[in-house]
Ligand binder design. Structure first.
Ligand code: SF4
Length: 315
């Protein structure tokens, strides 16, 4: 993958490519002059600011999915709850899904205001040790579509990263839009320059159509040198709340995530069941962990959190 500076325009052909600084996508890019003359662009002045913001974040984890609709944001919200079950750990969510930010609703803080102080934007508090920062807090009407493109979208991502006053954080979960889109590339570029990124957690469902996109996501991580912490298979089965009969919702023709992980040398960290009560709790912004503390799903999320902590400890 050719080098794409963190402040490049959408569709950057890569500095060092023969089209650098010359394509229509380069128009307005701050690096156009240097790229067109074959020079290396000057360093992005915002990177030191982002590095400073991240100084007190111990672990930064990207939550990725190759495909939409696999439950990535649901997984992020509940993994955050599971990590925050340890009151000695400070957990935060950065909702960078600029086209469909859903964390405020899922975490029960929709409509809250982000406070701005001399130190920057303060993330919204969900619990004593759990906070959320989302583009949704900065939008006027929650029903408005976000149709920003290119530089403006990238600018917003950068603003998140350089202006949020996170304070001391043990685990920052970054909820990204599905696919290997510009948001991914922007956030990965910024984060990689701002210090080590602990890795990515990839969410999938068992069908081959979803796994195909996961393989692209794996390839994206390897090209951008983002370590893969593991794969979570969502909606692996449905357990009837009345009779406890288990049904495979998406019978896999290719062995599902288990086979894909074996072939790709990846850790399959969890196979989570579909739980209708979870969808209801998230729609209402309720804490599923508090409402259903003994459910199998809560235990699965707590076990997933333990595995991630162990994996991070080994790195
Ligand atoms: S001018 Fe900007 S968009 Fe074009 S190649 Fe250089 S960095 Fe990329």
């Amino acid at each position: 993958m050719s080098e794409v500076p963190s402040n490049a325009n959408e569709g950057c052909p890569g500095v060092g490519s023969e089209n650098a600084g010359k394509t229509s996508g380069c128009a307005g890019c701050p690096n156009q002059k240097s790229c067109a003359s074959g020079e290396k662009p000057p360093p992005d002045v915002d990177i030191p600011k982002i590095q400073d913001r991240f100084r007190h974040i111990k672990h930064k984890i990207l939550i990725l999915s190759g495909k939409g609709g696999v439950g990535k944001s649901t997984m992020t919200a509940n993994l955050a709850r599971a990590l925050a079950a340890d009151p000695t750990k400070q957990v935060a969510i950065l909702d960078i899904d600029i086209c469909g930010p859903s964390q405020p609703r899922m975490m029960g803080v929709e409509g809250e205001q982000v406070h701005q102080s001399a130190d920057g934007w303060t993330p919204v508090s969900v619990a004593d040790n759990l906070t959320v920062m989302s583009i949704a807090f900065l939008l006027g009407d929650k029903n408005d579509a976000v149709i920003w493109r290119g530089a403006r979208k990238n600018g917003m991502i950068k603003q998140f990263l350089k202006d949020v006053d996170w304070g001391e954080v043990d685990y920052l979960l970054i909820d990204t839009p599905p696919g290997t889109s510009d948001e991914h590339i922007s956030v990965v570029q910024f984060l990689l320059q701002a210090g080590p990124l602990d890795g990515a957690l990839i969410v999938s469902t068992p069908q081959e159509i979803s796994l195909l996109d996961v393989r692209k996501e794996v390839s994206f991580c390897r090209k951008t040198n983002v370590p893969i912490l593991g794969v979570v298979e969502n909606m692996a089965k449905f357990v009837c709340p009345n009779c406890s009969h288990t049904t495979l919702l998406f019978p896999s023709s290719t062995g599902g995530a288990e086979t894909m992980c074996k072939e790709g040398g990846l850790d399959l960290l969890a196979q989570l069941p579909l739980e209708p009560a979870l969808a209801e709790a998230l729609d209402k912004g309720e804490d599923f962990f508090e409402k259903h503390p003994d459910s199998a799903l809560v235990k699965s999320f707590l076990s997933l959190a333990d595995k991630i902590k162990n994996n991070l400890g080994k790195q």
